[in-house]
Design a protein around this ligand. Structure first.
Ligand code: GLU
Length: 384
């Protein structure tokens, strides 16, 4: 007897496809996977060494629920230096990034509250809002505008029930990096209406053109913002499940209540490794970003060879979100690509209704896989 609340929520589109790909691979099918947003690099060795040392040293017990003090400090120092966020260790809670989003939804959304989010946007925001009893209010963004969220459209969507605005820059799935001025306008709107912003900055260090701006860095805005981020994407640490929330201390206390009743704390020895990731040498991170950029350019070049595709050049993250000109629903297209071409992509509609007519390619894959996968997409599309 599954709760009505859960019955209404579909399983995560990204995870469902990734599970299917794993199953097909285990059955011997040679699938090229562009579905999961997961770097194919190995976690840098200094981080792995720090983790092993911590494990061997017996750091294998619970930690304080908010995280170990040296990691909270390292995270705050880095957010202050890199993004100008006026925070210190008391503003940090260590937890996996997805868990942070889930807890923020439960901590702030009452049944019937409305949450404004960009359409398209990452698959699990809507689910978290709904699980908390809230109502997602999609603000459409346009391919022609590079999927930038329009501050006027955000303001127009506000009602007396609006509780939160979710921002994700760089964006999954579009790779849009929000211009500073648009972010500033959204910050002003949020402050004027007393609405909290959940700012998902998990791709903040993967920016190729322009620069990342944290909405929390505008004067007065930190009091209104909860930032979530983590190590998964920038340090190739998806399986380590380590991230954080940064917010005013009272918000952190509220979120910590949920942490104390759910996961208790983040994994102890991974927290030690995280200190090394943030404070140790950053050259591996820089090299990965450089390589992602090369792959982005490669995918864009290969896409030019596929008739009927149009795609913005993504400025950040590691996704492209092409528009196709066939009259086929995106879920059906993804199914055909997987079944006939053995190439896994995520349908645009997994990211909201505005994703119809698009699909997402994660190019966090090797060059060989990118070449092979794009050639398979091209052959399948030629038959449609
Ligand atoms: N965030 C990644 C993606 O969009 C990993 C899967 C998930 O968390 O949805 O593919």
């Amino acid at each position: 007897m599954v709760s009505r609340r859960l019955q209404e929520i579909p399983a995560s589109g990204t995870i469902a496809i990734s599970n299917l790909v794993s199953q097909m691979k285990s059955e011997g099918v040679d699938v090229v996977s562009f579905s999961m947003g997961e770097p194919d690099f190995v976690t840098p060795s200094n981080i792995v060494d720090a983790c092993c040392e911590s494990l061997r040293g017996g750091f294998t017990h619970y930690t304080p629920s908010m995280g170990i003090p040296e990691l909270r400090k390292a995270i705050a120092d880095s957010a202050r230096k890199e993004s100008g966020v006026p925070c210190d260790a008391s503003n940090v809670l260590v937890t996996p990034c997805k868990q942070a989003i889930f807890m923020v939804a439960l901590a702030y959304i009452d049944p019937g509250d409305e949450v404004i989010l960009s359409d398209p946007s990452w698959v699990s925001y809507e689910a978290c809002v709904r699980l908390a009893g809230g109502i997602p209010v999609y603000v459409p963004t346009r391919f022609e505008d590079g999927f930038v969220m329009d501050p006027a459209a955000v303001e127009a969507a506000i009602t007396p029930r609006t509780k939160m605005i979710i921002i994700n820059t760089p964006s999954n799935p579009t790779g849009c990096v929000m211009p500073r001025d648009s972010l500033r306008q959204i910050a002003d709107i949020a402050m004027a209406h007393g609405i909290k912003v959940l700012s998902d900055e998990i791709y903040s260090s993967i920016v190729y053109e322009g620069e990342h701006t944290s909405i929390a860095s505008f004067p007065g805005m930190f009091d209104n913002t909860i930032i979530v981020s983590g190590l998964s994407k920038s340090y190739a640490m998806t399986g380590w499940r380590l991230g954080w929330a940064i917010a005013p201390a009272d918000d952190i206390k509220a979120i910590n209540k949920l942490q104390s009743h759910s996961i208790s704390c983040a994994v102890s020895f991974v927290q030690k490794a995280a200190v090394e990731a943030i404070e140790g040498p950053q050259d591996s991170k820089a090299a990965m970003v450089k390589e992602f950029r090369r792959r982005r350019d490669l995918v864009m070049d290969l896409m030019e060879e596929i008739p009927g595709f149009q795609c913005n050049v993504p400025k950040g993250a590691f996704y492209v979100f092409p528009k196709y000109n066939r009259d086929i629903p995106s879920a059906k297209l993804a199914e055909i690509l997987l079944r006939e071409g053995h190439v896994a992509v995520t349908p645009g509609t997994a990211f909201g209704p505005g994703g119809e007519g698009f699909f997402r390619i994660s190019y966090a894959a090797s060059e060989d896989q990118i070449r092979e996968g794009m050639s398979r997409i091209r052959s399948v599309m030629a038959k449609l």
